[in-house]
Design a protein around this ligand. Structure first.
Ligand SMILES: N[C@@H](CCC(=O)N[C@@H](CS)C(=O)NCC(=O)O)C(=O)O
Length: 473
């Protein structure tokens, strides 16, 4: 009997203390000026000793109560109920999480996260609210795949524990109709996966949600509760050697890690087209090693010719893969690290490839020839892929006019390529500063990654200057 009695007593004691602390807060809130300890104790019906102890308890919970025995006490207006006091880091975590939900889930969850953020902002004191609204941490764009079936329906099936009828198209294009028992919905950076027991296969299956072509919520419930299914699925998953391999449509964790752990070696010279790739590498955010090659014999050495038979920079080595040609390196990096969000969603790919190739083919050739003072004569222009310098410049002007990005909804590798060329050539007066070009380039070349690359390029240049000075000595 005693332990039970003891715990009941503790509980009652704890509850009465909680109410007392709450009452104390309420009384303090009502008074803008310091209130003496005696007055507070009287109002609350407690002894002075209890009051001092309660004030100390509230202060350790984060309440800013100013004052001391004999002077009186006042509560700083920013203080809220203890559960709504967050540390700056907790606020940062909440804000980042809510922003992630707003960007990476479905409309209903996105709206809910925006609403939740607004509710939090409304009740937080101003210094913490600033932390909530601060954009020091942001969620980058994701690789958006068109999603026929609303995720809200899949979430409903999970919450209501109902069966779903799916029309699914697998990676080989095979279409099947299945009845499944939803277990969980996994959100990855580039895709979402519905885990479910599949009646057709008699086993757990992983469905990429963008491949679900239709879904109907059935009235029938699976014979097992979702929690039990989840446990079974986890047990099966953990007994597999590479647990992520059963996400047949998602790159396995090992494959992802391999990709991340494979060294990226960047061959460049800080006074070359390599600077375009340098910016790209900063955008991608993976670690890379820079090898500076001097113009002349070093670039034409057998060792380097084995990497780039043109004996030119830039070049990129990623494990055993070598990529040369600036535009190809940009596309390779954008595709290999989709989490950086530098390849547009499928709807933007037409523009992406179109202007990428235009820049690598027409713009490059026209600008190089023009820069050295040579242009095809009018009767020769039909034989040149780019026609004439004037034509290329006019088309480029029309393409960038009034645009922030050339392909899809956000910044992509094609913007990086076009903007770095135009900006560089305008700065060196190789091409005229057209207002359309400046308006398009300025925000892009001031992106944090571009500025980081500039700093690194400047450091490489001073390193080169230093080496040359040493050689002259
Ligand atoms: N088409 C190549 C051009 C590369 C290129 O022309 N690189 C120049 C520097 S900007 C180079 O390495 N020149 C040295 C040489 O030819 O010896 C690309 O786009 O990457």
């Amino acid at each position: 009997m005693l332990p039970l009695f003891g715990s009941v007593l503790c509980y009652t004691f704890a509850m009465s203390r909680t109410y007392r602390l709450f009452d104390l807060l309420q009384v303090l809130r009502r008074h803008r000026h310091p209130l003496s300890g005696e007055a507070l104790a009287r109002e609350l019906g407690v002894s002075l000793r209890t009051l001092y102890r309660d004030i100390a308890a509230l202060q350790t919970m984060g309440a800013e109560i100013k004052g001391e025995p004999g002077v009186g006490y006042v509560l700083k207006p920013s203080f809220l109920l203890p559960p709504l006091m967050f540390s700056q880091t907790e606020i940062e975590a909440l804000a980042l999480g809510l922003k992630w939900v707003a960007k990476r889930t479905d409309d209903a969850l996105a709206t809910a996260s925006v609403d939740a953020m607004a509710k939090l902002a409304a009740v937080l004191p101003s210094d913490l609210r600033d932390g909530l609204e601060d954009d020091a941490l942001i969620i980058g764009p994701s690789w958006k795949r068109p999603q026929v079936v609303n995720l809200a329906l899949l979430r409903r099936a999970l919450h209501e524990e109902k069966k779903l009828e799916l029309n699914y198209r697998d990676e080989k294009g095979m279409q099947t109709a299945r009845i499944v028992w939803p277990v969980t919905l996994g959100f990855f950076e580039t895709t979402r996966v519905l885990v479910a027991w599949c009646e057709l296969r008699g086993d757990f299956r992983h469905f990429r949600t963008d491949r679900i072509e239709a879904a109907v919520l059935l009235a029938e419930r699976p014979p097992k509760r979702r929690k039990a299914l989840h446990k079974e699925w986890r047990n099966i998953l953990l007994t597999k050697l590479d647990s992520a391999a059963c996400y047949s449509n998602v790159p396995s964790v090992n494959a992802q890690e391999d990709k991340m752990n494979t060294e990226l070696v960047f061959y460049t010279n800080p006074q070359s087209r390599g600077n375009v790739v340098h910016w790209m590498l900063e955008e991608v955010g993976q670690p890379y090693r820079t090898e500076v090659l001097e113009y002349g014999p070093e670039m034409k050495s057998p060792g380097y010719l084995a990497i780039n038979p043109m004996g030119k920079v830039p070049a990129l080595k990623h494990g055993d893969k070598v990529v040369t040609e600036t535009a190809a390196i940009l596309c390779y990096l954008a595709d290999t690290f989709p989490e950086a969000g530098l390849t547009p969603e499928p709807a933007g790919r037409g523009d992406y490839y179109r202007w990428m190739f235009f820049a690598a083919g027409c713009l490059e050739a026209a600008l190089s020839n023009h820069a050295v003072g040579w242009n095809p004569a009018p009767d020769m222009q039909l034989k040149f892929g780019y026609g004439s310098y004037e034509l290329v410049m006019d088309v480029m002007t029309d393409v960038v006019r009034g645009k922030r990005h050339l392909a899809g909804e956000g910044f992509s590798a094609v913007d990086l390529y076009v903007a770095s060329y135009l900006d560089f050539l305008m700065r060196f007066d190789v091409i005229e500063k057209r207002p359309e070009f400046t308006a398009y380039c300025d925000p892009l070349v001031n992106r944090p990654a571009a500025l980081r690359a500039k700093e690194k390029i400047a450091a490489l240049m001073s390193g080169q200057a230093w080496d040359q000075a040493k050689k002259l000595k």
